[in-house]
Write a protein that binds this ligand. Sequence first.
Ligand SMILES: [Ca+2]
Length: 174
Amino acid sequence: MLKKLSLTILILSVLTHCTRRHKADNLHYFQDFESIAGWFGMPALSSDIKGHSGNYSMLTNAQLDYSPGLTRKLKEISDKPIKKIRASIWCYTMEKNSNGAFCVQIMNANGENKLWIARPFVDFIKSESTWTKTVIETEIPKDAANPENMVKVFMWNKGTIPVYGDDVEVIFSE
Ligand SMILES: [Ca+2]
C-alpha cells in the first residue's frame, strides 16, 4: 500500500514538474540547430565539423558575419517586466585569434541601442579546435526594459577566421 502511494506521489510530482516547465517556455530558449538544418533561410548552418551537440552548428566567417540568433520583443517574452538575461553559447574555431564576439543587444523602436554587451571570442576561446562555453549574465537597466524593445542574441564575426556556435541557451527572469 505504502509502495503504491509513493509511486502515485512520484508520478504526480513528475507531471506537475513537466507542466510548470511548459508554462515557463517564453522565458527559456534553447537551440541546438539539429532540427532546423536544411530549412530555407538558414544558410549559416554547417556540418563541416562535429557540433557541440549532434551534427550541426552555426557558422560565421568573412561572408556570414552575423549568425542566426534569437530576436524577440520584450512583451513577447512576458507581460511582466524582464529584469535579467542569462545567455550562453558554445563556440569553436581552428585559429585562436578570431575577431568577433558573442552579443546581447536590446534596441528600441528607433533602432537605438539600449543595451549592448559583446564578449570577444578571444576572451574565452583559449584553445583551438575545442568547444568552449561562455555566459553573458546581466540585469536589464530600467530604461532598456520598454516592452516594445527588441532583444537579440547572436554571434558577430568581424574577421576572416571561421567561428562556429552551438547549443545557445537564453533564460530571462521577471
Ligand atoms: Ca548542434
